[in-house]
Design a protein around this ligand. Structure first.
Ligand code: ZN
Length: 391
Protein backbone atom coordinates (compact mmCIF):
# COMPACT_ATOMS: atom_id res chain seq x y z
CA UNK A 1 0.00 0.00 0.00
CA UNK A 2 1.52 3.39 -0.97
CA UNK A 3 2.19 5.66 1.99
CA UNK A 4 3.83 8.91 2.99
CA UNK A 5 4.94 10.46 6.26
CA UNK A 6 4.62 14.23 6.64
CA UNK A 7 3.33 17.05 8.86
CA UNK A 8 -0.39 17.71 8.75
CA UNK A 9 -1.22 21.16 7.34
CA UNK A 10 -3.87 21.71 10.03
CA UNK A 11 -2.20 20.54 13.26
CA UNK A 12 1.49 20.47 12.31
CA UNK A 13 1.71 16.94 13.78
CA UNK A 14 3.57 14.10 12.03
CA UNK A 15 1.21 11.70 10.30
CA UNK A 16 1.53 8.50 8.30
CA UNK A 17 -1.01 8.28 5.47
CA UNK A 18 -1.69 5.10 3.44
CA UNK A 19 -4.12 4.63 0.61
CA UNK A 20 -5.64 1.91 -1.48
CA UNK A 21 -8.03 1.85 -4.43
CA UNK A 22 -7.96 5.63 -4.59
CA UNK A 23 -9.13 6.14 -1.01
CA UNK A 24 -7.26 6.99 2.19
CA UNK A 25 -6.87 3.94 4.41
CA UNK A 26 -4.79 4.34 7.55
CA UNK A 27 -4.19 7.91 8.77
CA UNK A 28 -2.22 7.66 12.02
CA UNK A 29 0.27 9.62 14.13
CA UNK A 30 3.90 9.07 13.15
CA UNK A 31 6.93 9.06 15.45
CA UNK A 32 9.27 11.13 13.24
CA UNK A 33 10.18 14.63 14.43
CA UNK A 34 7.93 17.20 12.74
CA UNK A 35 10.75 19.61 11.86
CA UNK A 36 12.41 17.06 9.57
CA UNK A 37 9.24 16.41 7.55
CA UNK A 38 7.57 18.10 4.57
CA UNK A 39 3.92 19.24 4.83
CA UNK A 40 0.88 17.37 3.57
CA UNK A 41 -2.57 18.75 2.74
CA UNK A 42 -5.57 17.74 0.68
CA UNK A 43 -4.80 18.61 -2.95
CA UNK A 44 -4.85 22.28 -3.92
CA UNK A 45 -7.81 23.54 -5.96
CA UNK A 46 -7.65 26.39 -8.49
CA UNK A 47 -10.85 27.56 -10.19
CA UNK A 48 -9.05 29.88 -12.62
CA UNK A 49 -6.44 28.28 -14.86
CA UNK A 50 -6.08 29.60 -18.41
CA UNK A 51 -3.25 27.29 -19.38
CA UNK A 52 0.21 26.23 -18.28
CA UNK A 53 3.57 25.15 -19.60
CA UNK A 54 3.24 26.84 -23.01
CA UNK A 55 -0.35 25.74 -23.74
CA UNK A 56 -3.58 27.67 -23.27
CA UNK A 57 -7.19 26.49 -23.35
CA UNK A 58 -8.64 29.42 -25.34
CA UNK A 59 -7.17 28.26 -28.61
CA UNK A 60 -8.91 27.45 -31.88
CA UNK A 61 -6.44 24.59 -32.39
CA UNK A 62 -6.65 23.09 -28.86
CA UNK A 63 -6.31 19.29 -28.88
CA UNK A 64 -7.08 16.50 -26.39
CA UNK A 65 -3.33 16.04 -26.00
CA UNK A 66 -2.95 19.71 -25.02
CA UNK A 67 -5.62 19.37 -22.32
CA UNK A 68 -3.96 16.26 -20.89
CA UNK A 69 -0.49 17.85 -21.09
CA UNK A 70 -1.67 20.92 -19.11
CA UNK A 71 -3.14 18.58 -16.49
CA UNK A 72 0.13 16.69 -16.01
CA UNK A 73 2.10 19.97 -15.86
CA UNK A 74 -0.27 21.28 -13.20
CA UNK A 75 0.55 18.24 -11.09
CA UNK A 76 4.08 19.64 -10.65
CA UNK A 77 2.44 22.72 -9.09
CA UNK A 78 0.37 20.65 -6.63
CA UNK A 79 -2.96 21.37 -8.37
CA UNK A 80 -5.21 18.35 -7.83
CA UNK A 81 -8.54 19.80 -8.91
CA UNK A 82 -9.27 22.86 -11.02
CA UNK A 83 -11.42 24.68 -13.55
CA UNK A 84 -9.94 25.02 -17.05
CA UNK A 85 -10.84 28.62 -17.85
CA UNK A 86 -11.96 29.89 -21.26
CA UNK A 87 -11.66 33.63 -21.79
CA UNK A 88 -13.42 36.03 -24.17
CA UNK A 89 -13.08 34.99 -27.80
CA UNK A 90 -15.14 34.10 -30.88
CA UNK A 91 -17.96 31.59 -30.53
CA UNK A 92 -16.15 29.10 -32.76
CA UNK A 93 -12.96 29.21 -30.68
CA UNK A 94 -14.83 28.88 -27.38
CA UNK A 95 -17.02 26.04 -28.68
CA UNK A 96 -14.01 24.19 -30.08
CA UNK A 97 -12.01 24.53 -26.86
CA UNK A 98 -14.96 23.56 -24.65
CA UNK A 99 -15.52 20.51 -26.84
CA UNK A 100 -11.88 19.45 -26.58
CA UNK A 101 -11.88 19.76 -22.78
CA UNK A 102 -15.05 17.63 -22.61
CA UNK A 103 -13.58 15.07 -25.00
CA UNK A 104 -10.35 14.87 -23.01
CA UNK A 105 -12.31 14.30 -19.78
CA UNK A 106 -14.24 11.52 -21.51
CA UNK A 107 -11.03 9.80 -22.62
CA UNK A 108 -8.78 10.23 -19.58
CA UNK A 109 -10.18 9.17 -16.20
CA UNK A 110 -7.32 10.76 -14.25
CA UNK A 111 -7.98 14.10 -15.96
CA UNK A 112 -11.71 13.75 -15.39
CA UNK A 113 -11.09 13.30 -11.65
CA UNK A 114 -9.22 16.62 -11.63
CA UNK A 115 -11.53 18.82 -13.69
CA UNK A 116 -14.27 20.40 -11.57
CA UNK A 117 -15.88 21.95 -14.62
CA UNK A 118 -15.12 24.66 -17.15
CA UNK A 119 -14.95 28.28 -15.97
CA UNK A 120 -16.27 30.54 -18.74
CA UNK A 121 -14.80 34.01 -18.09
CA UNK A 122 -16.43 36.16 -20.75
CA UNK A 123 -17.44 36.93 -23.42
CA UNK A 124 -20.30 38.54 -21.46
CA UNK A 125 -18.07 41.13 -19.77
CA UNK A 126 -17.51 44.88 -20.00
CA UNK A 127 -16.11 46.22 -23.31
CA UNK A 128 -14.57 49.23 -21.51
CA UNK A 129 -10.81 49.67 -21.27
CA UNK A 130 -9.71 48.79 -17.75
CA UNK A 131 -12.56 46.47 -16.70
CA UNK A 132 -12.06 44.22 -19.70
CA UNK A 133 -8.36 43.86 -18.86
CA UNK A 134 -6.69 41.86 -21.62
CA UNK A 135 -9.93 40.40 -23.03
CA UNK A 136 -10.24 41.42 -26.72
CA UNK A 137 -12.79 44.24 -27.12
CA UNK A 138 -14.44 43.02 -30.37
CA UNK A 139 -15.70 39.87 -28.60
CA UNK A 140 -16.98 41.50 -25.36
CA UNK A 141 -20.77 41.53 -25.46
CA UNK A 142 -24.10 41.36 -23.64
CA UNK A 143 -25.22 37.95 -22.33
CA UNK A 144 -26.82 35.77 -25.00
CA UNK A 145 -28.74 32.78 -23.63
CA UNK A 146 -29.06 30.94 -26.96
CA UNK A 147 -25.36 31.28 -27.61
CA UNK A 148 -24.53 30.14 -24.08
CA UNK A 149 -26.66 27.04 -24.50
CA UNK A 150 -24.81 26.15 -27.68
CA UNK A 151 -21.51 26.57 -25.81
CA UNK A 152 -22.79 24.41 -22.97
CA UNK A 153 -23.81 21.78 -25.53
CA UNK A 154 -20.31 21.84 -27.05
CA UNK A 155 -18.95 21.46 -23.50
CA UNK A 156 -21.23 18.45 -22.90
CA UNK A 157 -22.69 20.28 -19.90
CA UNK A 158 -19.33 20.85 -18.24
CA UNK A 159 -19.49 24.66 -17.87
CA UNK A 160 -19.94 25.03 -14.08
CA UNK A 161 -18.80 28.60 -13.43
CA UNK A 162 -19.49 31.76 -15.47
CA UNK A 163 -17.87 35.15 -14.87
CA UNK A 164 -19.86 38.03 -16.35
CA UNK A 165 -20.53 41.73 -15.94
CA UNK A 166 -23.97 42.74 -14.66
CA UNK A 167 -23.76 46.09 -16.50
CA UNK A 168 -26.03 44.84 -19.33
CA UNK A 169 -29.83 45.26 -19.14
CA UNK A 170 -30.48 41.52 -19.57
CA UNK A 171 -27.77 40.39 -17.12
CA UNK A 172 -30.05 39.61 -14.16
CA UNK A 173 -32.36 37.40 -16.20
CA UNK A 174 -29.30 35.61 -17.61
CA UNK A 175 -27.94 35.06 -14.09
CA UNK A 176 -31.26 33.56 -12.98
CA UNK A 177 -31.22 31.19 -15.97
CA UNK A 178 -27.65 30.06 -15.15
CA UNK A 179 -28.47 29.54 -11.47
CA UNK A 180 -31.56 27.51 -12.44
CA UNK A 181 -29.19 25.15 -14.29
CA UNK A 182 -26.97 24.77 -11.21
CA UNK A 183 -24.18 26.95 -12.62
CA UNK A 184 -22.25 29.20 -10.23
CA UNK A 185 -22.21 32.84 -11.31
CA UNK A 186 -19.37 35.27 -10.67
CA UNK A 187 -19.14 39.03 -11.15
CA UNK A 188 -15.96 40.18 -12.86
CA UNK A 189 -14.45 42.44 -15.52
CA UNK A 190 -17.27 44.86 -14.79
CA UNK A 191 -18.10 48.55 -15.02
CA UNK A 192 -21.43 47.94 -13.24
CA UNK A 193 -23.08 50.49 -11.00
CA UNK A 194 -23.60 49.75 -7.32
CA UNK A 195 -27.29 49.16 -8.06
CA UNK A 196 -26.43 46.64 -10.83
CA UNK A 197 -24.11 44.77 -8.45
CA UNK A 198 -26.93 44.54 -5.87
CA UNK A 199 -29.37 43.26 -8.48
CA UNK A 200 -26.87 40.66 -9.70
CA UNK A 201 -26.44 39.33 -6.16
CA UNK A 202 -30.20 39.21 -5.68
CA UNK A 203 -30.42 37.27 -8.95
CA UNK A 204 -27.96 34.70 -7.56
CA UNK A 205 -24.36 35.79 -8.28
CA UNK A 206 -22.13 34.32 -5.55
CA UNK A 207 -18.51 35.18 -6.38
CA UNK A 208 -16.42 38.21 -7.21
CA UNK A 209 -13.83 37.01 -9.72
CA UNK A 210 -10.32 38.29 -8.88
CA UNK A 211 -11.68 41.18 -6.80
CA UNK A 212 -9.64 44.34 -7.35
CA UNK A 213 -8.41 43.29 -10.80
CA UNK A 214 -10.13 43.72 -14.15
CA UNK A 215 -11.10 47.22 -12.98
CA UNK A 216 -10.76 50.85 -14.05
CA UNK A 217 -7.35 52.30 -13.22
CA UNK A 218 -9.19 55.16 -11.46
CA UNK A 219 -12.55 54.96 -9.68
CA UNK A 220 -14.79 57.36 -7.74
CA UNK A 221 -13.66 57.08 -4.10
CA UNK A 222 -17.13 55.91 -3.04
CA UNK A 223 -19.44 54.37 -3.81
CA UNK A 224 -17.94 52.07 -6.39
CA UNK A 225 -18.17 48.42 -7.44
CA UNK A 226 -15.21 47.31 -5.31
CA UNK A 227 -16.62 48.55 -1.98
CA UNK A 228 -20.04 47.18 -2.91
CA UNK A 229 -18.72 43.68 -3.57
CA UNK A 230 -16.41 43.81 -0.56
CA UNK A 231 -19.31 44.59 1.77
CA UNK A 232 -21.70 42.00 0.31
CA UNK A 233 -21.63 38.93 2.55
CA UNK A 234 -23.35 36.76 -0.05
CA UNK A 235 -20.34 37.14 -2.39
CA UNK A 236 -17.21 35.08 -2.03
CA UNK A 237 -14.07 36.81 -3.34
CA UNK A 238 -11.40 35.17 -5.42
CA UNK A 239 -8.01 36.84 -5.06
CA UNK A 240 -4.83 36.66 -7.12
CA UNK A 241 -2.14 36.87 -4.47
CA UNK A 242 0.95 36.63 -6.68
CA UNK A 243 2.49 39.85 -5.32
CA UNK A 244 1.78 41.74 -8.56
CA UNK A 245 -2.00 41.81 -9.04
CA UNK A 246 -2.84 43.25 -5.61
CA UNK A 247 -0.57 45.23 -3.27
CA UNK A 248 0.16 43.55 0.05
CA UNK A 249 -1.97 46.02 2.05
CA UNK A 250 -4.95 45.56 -0.29
CA UNK A 251 -4.77 41.79 0.22
CA UNK A 252 -4.72 42.37 3.99
CA UNK A 253 -7.75 44.69 3.82
CA UNK A 254 -9.71 42.37 1.51
CA UNK A 255 -9.06 39.31 3.71
CA UNK A 256 -10.05 41.25 6.85
CA UNK A 257 -13.19 42.69 5.28
CA UNK A 258 -14.35 39.46 3.63
CA UNK A 259 -13.04 37.24 6.42
CA UNK A 260 -10.87 34.27 5.39
CA UNK A 261 -14.02 32.10 5.30
CA UNK A 262 -15.25 33.94 2.19
CA UNK A 263 -11.89 34.18 0.40
CA UNK A 264 -10.71 31.89 -2.40
CA UNK A 265 -7.20 31.91 -3.83
CA UNK A 266 -6.83 31.64 -7.60
CA UNK A 267 -3.72 31.78 -9.77
CA UNK A 268 -5.28 33.02 -13.07
CA UNK A 269 -2.19 31.40 -14.52
CA UNK A 270 -1.67 31.42 -18.28
CA UNK A 271 0.26 29.47 -20.86
CA UNK A 272 3.15 31.85 -20.32
CA UNK A 273 3.64 30.82 -16.70
CA UNK A 274 7.35 30.26 -16.15
CA UNK A 275 8.42 31.73 -19.51
CA UNK A 276 11.33 34.25 -19.77
CA UNK A 277 10.84 38.06 -20.23
CA UNK A 278 9.84 39.07 -23.77
CA UNK A 279 6.96 39.72 -26.19
CA UNK A 280 4.47 36.92 -26.88
CA UNK A 281 1.51 36.58 -29.26
CA UNK A 282 -1.47 34.96 -27.51
CA UNK A 283 -5.23 34.58 -27.98
CA UNK A 284 -5.60 37.66 -25.78
CA UNK A 285 -3.36 39.66 -28.14
CA UNK A 286 0.25 40.69 -27.62
CA UNK A 287 1.49 40.21 -24.09
CA UNK A 288 4.82 41.17 -22.54
CA UNK A 289 6.60 39.53 -19.64
CA UNK A 290 8.63 42.20 -17.85
CA UNK A 291 11.92 41.70 -16.04
CA UNK A 292 10.17 41.77 -12.64
CA UNK A 293 7.92 38.84 -13.67
CA UNK A 294 4.75 40.87 -14.31
CA UNK A 295 2.73 39.94 -17.39
CA UNK A 296 1.22 43.03 -19.06
CA UNK A 297 -0.74 43.98 -22.19
CA UNK A 298 2.04 44.85 -24.69
CA UNK A 299 2.99 48.50 -25.18
CA UNK A 300 2.20 49.75 -21.66
CA UNK A 301 3.08 48.94 -18.05
CA UNK A 302 -0.10 49.22 -15.96
CA UNK A 303 -2.67 46.74 -17.35
CA UNK A 304 -1.84 43.22 -16.29
CA UNK A 305 -2.58 40.45 -18.79
CA UNK A 306 -2.70 37.48 -16.45
CA UNK A 307 -0.49 35.72 -14.00
CA UNK A 308 2.59 33.58 -14.25
CA UNK A 309 2.79 31.95 -10.80
CA UNK A 310 0.79 28.89 -9.67
CA UNK A 311 -1.48 28.81 -6.65
CA UNK A 312 1.19 27.65 -4.18
CA UNK A 313 2.66 31.17 -4.38
CA UNK A 314 -0.73 32.54 -3.35
CA UNK A 315 -0.74 30.26 -0.30
CA UNK A 316 2.61 31.49 1.01
CA UNK A 317 1.91 35.10 0.03
CA UNK A 318 -1.47 35.29 1.76
CA UNK A 319 0.18 34.00 4.94
CA UNK A 320 2.75 36.79 4.71
CA UNK A 321 0.42 39.58 3.48
CA UNK A 322 -2.67 38.89 5.60
CA UNK A 323 -1.10 37.14 8.59
CA UNK A 324 -3.19 33.97 8.28
CA UNK A 325 -1.83 30.57 9.30
CA UNK A 326 -1.09 27.68 6.94
CA UNK A 327 -4.35 25.85 7.69
CA UNK A 328 -6.38 28.96 6.81
CA UNK A 329 -4.39 29.61 3.63
CA UNK A 330 -4.93 25.99 2.53
CA UNK A 331 -8.67 26.29 3.18
CA UNK A 332 -8.70 29.30 0.83
CA UNK A 333 -7.01 27.20 -1.84
CA UNK A 334 -8.92 23.96 -1.33
CA UNK A 335 -12.03 23.80 0.85
CA UNK A 336 -13.55 27.17 -0.04
CA UNK A 337 -13.60 26.79 -3.83
CA UNK A 338 -15.07 23.31 -3.44
CA UNK A 339 -17.77 24.65 -1.10
CA UNK A 340 -18.56 27.46 -3.57
CA UNK A 341 -19.08 24.88 -6.33
CA UNK A 342 -21.23 22.67 -4.09
CA UNK A 343 -18.62 19.90 -3.80
CA UNK A 344 -17.64 17.89 -0.74
CA UNK A 345 -14.73 19.31 1.22
CA UNK A 346 -11.76 16.95 1.68
CA UNK A 347 -10.18 15.96 4.97
CA UNK A 348 -7.17 13.85 5.88
CA UNK A 349 -9.28 10.98 7.17
CA UNK A 350 -9.76 7.33 6.26
CA UNK A 351 -12.36 6.86 3.53
CA UNK A 352 -11.71 10.21 1.82
CA UNK A 353 -10.31 10.36 -1.73
CA UNK A 354 -6.52 10.07 -1.74
CA UNK A 355 -6.07 13.60 -3.17
CA UNK A 356 -2.89 14.93 -1.60
CA UNK A 357 -0.14 17.45 -2.03
CA UNK A 358 3.16 17.15 -0.19
CA UNK A 359 5.32 20.28 -0.08
CA UNK A 360 8.09 22.28 1.62
CA UNK A 361 7.43 25.86 2.71
CA UNK A 362 10.01 28.65 2.49
CA UNK A 363 11.56 29.73 5.81
CA UNK A 364 9.44 32.30 7.72
CA UNK A 365 9.91 35.76 6.19
CA UNK A 366 11.64 34.39 3.10
CA UNK A 367 10.16 35.55 -0.22
CA UNK A 368 10.09 32.27 -2.10
CA UNK A 369 7.66 29.78 -3.59
CA UNK A 370 6.71 26.52 -1.88
CA UNK A 371 8.35 23.42 -3.34
CA UNK A 372 5.87 20.75 -4.41
CA UNK A 373 7.35 17.33 -3.64
CA UNK A 374 4.45 15.09 -4.65
CA UNK A 375 0.89 15.23 -5.96
CA UNK A 376 -1.54 12.35 -5.59
CA UNK A 377 -4.97 12.29 -7.27
CA UNK A 378 -7.45 9.54 -6.47
CA UNK A 379 -4.54 7.41 -5.25
CA UNK A 380 -2.40 7.90 -8.36
CA UNK A 381 1.00 9.51 -7.76
CA UNK A 382 0.84 11.90 -10.71
CA UNK A 383 4.05 13.68 -9.76
CA UNK A 384 6.82 13.36 -7.28
CA UNK A 385 10.11 15.18 -7.12
CA UNK A 386 11.83 12.79 -4.73
CA UNK A 387 10.69 9.59 -3.10
CA UNK A 388 8.32 10.93 -0.49
CA UNK A 389 5.78 8.24 -1.41
CA UNK A 390 6.87 4.70 -0.57
CA UNK A 391 5.17 1.42 -1.41
ZN1 ZN B 1 -9.95 37.89 -15.57
Amino acid sequence: MPALVARRYDTGRPVRICWDNGRLGVVEPASESAESLPWVAPGWVDIQINGYGGREYTNEALTVDDVVAIDRQLATAGVVRYCPTLTTHSFSTLAHAAGMIAKACGQDALLDAGVLGIHLEGPYISPHDGPRGAHPKPFCKAPDWDEFQRLQEAAEGRIRLVTLSPEYPNACHFIEQLVAQGITVAIGHTAASVEQIRQAVSAGARLSTHLGNGCHLELPRHPNYIWEQLAEDRLWASLIVDGHHLPETVVRCFVRAKQPERCILVSDITALGGMPPGLYHTSLGDVEILDDGRMVVAGQRRLLAGAARPIGDGIVNVMRFAGVDLATAIRMACHHPLRLLGRDEPYLEAGEWADLVCFDLPAPGEKASPVVLAMVRHGVVVYQQRNVVVD
